[in-house]
Design a protein around this ligand. Structure first.
Ligand code: SAH
Length: 225
């Protein structure tokens, strides 16, 4: 069942965060090749401006990444849409996200009715993300930890989405993937990264596909308060 969003009054206000501005973003994503109506609807529904600082709210419906503090960013809407679209292809029920950040990607997955687990290494970002998700009435389970170890307790997952880039796919995350499940992650250094999809087949073998060039902040080790 798709959860109902508990919208705050300011989320339905006028001006640069109005429904019209959001609809325009959705049209831009459609023109840029996003075809899954469920994903487009989730983006149309979610108030992205509540996931950034108030000073940046007027830019929240541009198709661009924005700073969220601690040198981190909320991903570009097209990237969120594309990763979500890819993840939905094998009809997942339970998904794991590494890199909660603002909580926006997790919110998109939750509003699509998925059971969402997310891990963030920066405590301050996670506290803010939890508050936003709670205010929107979205049920997302989260943990403050180094996501490079995944979250074994709730695995295996039908889908795993990594929203920070590493030079190579993390083997532990592949282990926590269910048979038939898929992992979507940016792979590469700070200069050039590709969005990679890995599918775990019945016989345990994996199939890797490169989807698109992307730019993500790096996947780092350890945790910060
Ligand atoms: N999905 C986020 C994007 C945030 S940017 C959103 O929708 O806003 C990537 C995030 O990954 C940052 O918040 C960063 O702190 C986090 N991150 C980087 N390395 C990590 C790790 N090893 N474990 C967990 N989170 C990590």
């Amino acid at each position: 069942m798709t959860p109902r969003l508990r919208l705050q009054p300011e989320a339905v206000g006028m001006g640069m965060t109005s429904q019209r501005v959001r609809d325009r973003l959705v049209e831009r994503l459609r023109e840029a090749g996003i075809a899954d109506e469920r994903v487009l609807n989730a983006i149309r529904t979610l108030p992205r401006h509540l996931f950034v600082d108030e000073a940046l709210a007027t830019r929240a419906y541009e198709d661009t990444a924005l700073p969220i503090g601690h040198s981190q960013t909320i991903s570009q809407p097209w990237v969120v849409a594309r990763m979500t679209e890819v993840l939905l292809e094998n009809s997942p029920k339970k998904v794991l996200e590494i890199g909660t950040g603002s909580g926006y990607q997790a919110a998109v997955l939750a509003i699509l009715g998925l059971e969402v687990y997310t891990v963030e290494r920066i405590g301050d970002l996670l506290r803010q993300a939890r508050k936003r998700l709670r205010q929107l009435g979205l049920n997302v389970r989260s943990k403050h930890d180094d996501g490079r170890i995944g979250w074994a307790e709730h695995g295996p997952y039908d889908g795993i989405i990594v929203t920070a880039a590493a030079p190579a796919l993390v083997p532990v995350l592949v282990e926590q993937l269910a048979v038939g499940g898929q992992l979507v992650a940016p792979v590469g250094g700070s200069g050039s990264q590709s969005l990679v999809r890995l599918v775990k087949r019945e016989d345990g073998s994996v199939e890797e596909t490169t989807l698109a060039p992307v730019v993500f902040v790096p996947l780092l080790s350890g945790t910060l308060d």
